[in-house]
Design a protein around this ligand. Structure first.
Ligand code: HEM
Length: 538
């Protein structure tokens, strides 16, 4: 197994070795025994409370969207299973594309068709542009003062506008090109060595390491610190934010911290805070000494600290140190797993479909020849690559239920009444596989379906929404896509890939596991063989 350069990598299952209490809790299924216990213990007190303190409420004629029957206290939580995007897809076949659920004490609407997504994320987007408060981000992201988990309002609008202009502009995306190239070159060089001896490479692991290095250098300026294990710490934070937390659905249980998640979040967030303090201080000192050095996200955010970020806004919002830390954390959380998981699924599908792999290699070779590596400026010529990526993102939107939204004001849509604070869950996974839109071969990986359909993910199309849509759609689309395209183009141009242990392409395990994103359940492994005519690296 090829592991020489790539150090021990923290994945949820490895977590058991160091933090068994977190791992066990994070891996709990929704239908696990805790609910049985809760059901038994609290049903009696719930009904007593309802009967004694809440006199019977008036029934109204307001029609809720259809949905499955609910249980006391837990509502429909027990029905979600280990892969909620799949369960919700099958429930929506029975109850329709706009479906009601009761998640503990939180009323929810689940959207499962592109038509419904257009209605909620375009026509009524402003009403669903807020995020619910979730305990993980409240504790880890300084009271949700970042961007991704922040509620809708003047603060979020100003921060988002600032980030879009200063961090995600085309010129900034280009400015970080040398980091992508440098890190990818290092990986190609290591894979070349592995290919000389026919080693099996843990592709999932090396891709995640690559993306981490790119993202940390772009956001923080470097990816290693002597005092802290940056990657391990952030992975712990990612696991906790993605964990199923009972307190988010039955808030009054929060004080008991039955899963131990509050304690775990506080512990990890304390270490993350120390690390971010160190990084910011380091940048403040460096900015004073080397005024013209290469800028990263921290430099840009530190340069506006204590200043107004939106002069047109009457509120004249000023960003402080806590805001900077929260924004940085949200960026890291949003950038790493999304890009790495997308690459993992694209390579998996290419390995399962040698025909598509060959077409892609031919396309790239026709443009750049076989004597040099791919450069970022080549990417715009690769139409087939775009089709492969669009097709994979359709089938594997890495955040299958996007990031939850919250209804800001009561509203009636399609004759259904939706009350304030209802949670909106958009099943992007089900939308991308809708046979009414994608024909009866919707489940098949077939990039050619995009020959006449160019996706731009700018909020105009709702048939496939891997980056979300509307005001809360991903602001890092350009950055994410260029990284994914460049990595895929380089890896398939420089190497032929073969599955190990006599696994045939059609037998490659494609199971997924649910978390903050849906990565492969089993790491992807493959044997690279170098295919360029000239060995570029000495
Ligand atoms: C292939 C890569 C990526 C995918 C598939 C992806 C996907 C998503 C999705 C599905 C959302 C939620 C959208 C919604 O609620 O409607 C999101 C939000 C977000 N993404 Fe990305 N993302 C990617 C890369 C990135 C990168 C590289 C960054 C930044 C460095 C980034 C920053 C964000 C932020 C800040 C948000 C929160 C936006 C808000 O709430 O206003 N993403 N992303």
């Amino acid at each position: 197994m090829y592991t020489a350069k790539f150090r021990y990598k923290m994945r949820p299952c490895y977590f058991i070795q160091t933090k068994p209490y977190i791992c066990k809790l994070v891996n709990m299924s929704f239908a696990s025994t805790i609910f049985a216990f809760l059901l038994f213990t609290f049903t009696f007190s719930y009904f007593s409370f309802k009967l004694l303190l809440h006199p019977k409420q008036k029934t109204t004629n307001q029609k809720k969207p259809p949905g499955p029957p609910t249980l006391p206290i837990i509502g429909n939580l027990h029905q979600l299973g280990t892969l909620p995007h799949r369960t919700l897809q099958s429930l929506s076949k029975k109850y329709g594309p706009i479906m009601s659920l009761q998640l503990g004490q939180v009323p929810a609407i689940v959207i499962s068709s592109s038509k419904a997504a257009e209605s909620f994320l375009k026509t009524h987007d402003i009403n669903f542009a807020s995020r619910p408060r979730i305990q993980g981000s409240e504790l880890m992201s300084y009271g949700s003062k970042g961007i991704a988990f922040c509620e809708y309002g003047p603060y979020w609008r100003s921060v988002r506008k600032f980030c879009t202009l200063k961090l995600f502009s085309t010129s900034k995306v280009e400015m970080f090109g040398p980091i992508r190239k440098e890190e990818l070159d290092v990986l190609v060089k290591s894979l070349e060595k592995a290919s000389l001896v026919g080693e099996v490479v843990n592709v999932s692991e090396v891709v995640e390491n690559l993306i981490e290095d790119i993202v940390y250098k772009m956001i923080l300026g470097r990816s290693k610190y002597e005092q802290f294990d940056l990657k391990k710490l952030v992975q712990e934070g990612l696991i906790l934010i993605g964990a199923f937390n009972l307190a988010d659905y039955v808030p009054w249980l929060g004080v008991f911290d039955l899963q131990g998640l509050t304690r775990a979040c506080k512990k990890v967030s304390k270490s993350l805070d120390e690390l971010l303090e160190l990084i910011i201080t380091e940048h403040e000192q460096a900015t004073n000494v080397h005024k013209n050095r290469h800028e990263d996200f921290v430099d840009i955010l530190v340069s506006i600290m204590h200043q107004s970020i939106d002069h047109e806004n009457e509120q004249n919002l000023v960003i402080d140190r806590t805001n900077v830390k929260a924004i940085l954390l949200d960026m890291i959380v949003a950038a790493i797993d999304t890009s790495a998981t997308s690459i993992e699924w694209i390579l998996s599908e290419l390995l399962r479909h040698p025909r598509v792999m060959k077409n892609l290699q031919d396309e790239i070779q026709n443009e750049v020849g076989n004597k040099r590596m791919v450069e970022e400026k080549d990417l715009k010529k690769f139409n087939y690559l775009d089709m492969v990526i669009d097709e994979t993102l359709r089938l594997y939107p890495v955040a299958p239920l996007l990031v939850p939204r919250e209804c800001r004001e009561r509203i009636t849509i399609d004759d259904y009444f939706i009350k304030e604070k209802t949670r909106l869950i958009v099943n992007a996974w089900a939308i991308g596989r809708d046979p009414n839109v994608w024909s009866e071969n919707a489940e098949e990986f077939y990039p050619e379906r995009f020959i006449d359909k160019k996706m731009n993910y700018q909020g105009q199309e709702f048939e496939s929404i891997p980056f979300g849509s509307g005001r809360r759609r991903c602001p890092g689309i350009q950055l994410g896509l260029i990284t994914v395209k460049f990595v895929i183009a380089q890896l398939v141009h420089c190497f032929n890939w073969q599955l190990p242990y006599n696994i045939s392409p059609s037998n490659l395990n494609m199971e997924e596991k649910f978390g903050l994103t849906i990565p492969r359940a089993q790491h992807l492994q493959a044997i690279p063989s170098y295919r360029l005519a000239v060995v570029k690296h000495e």
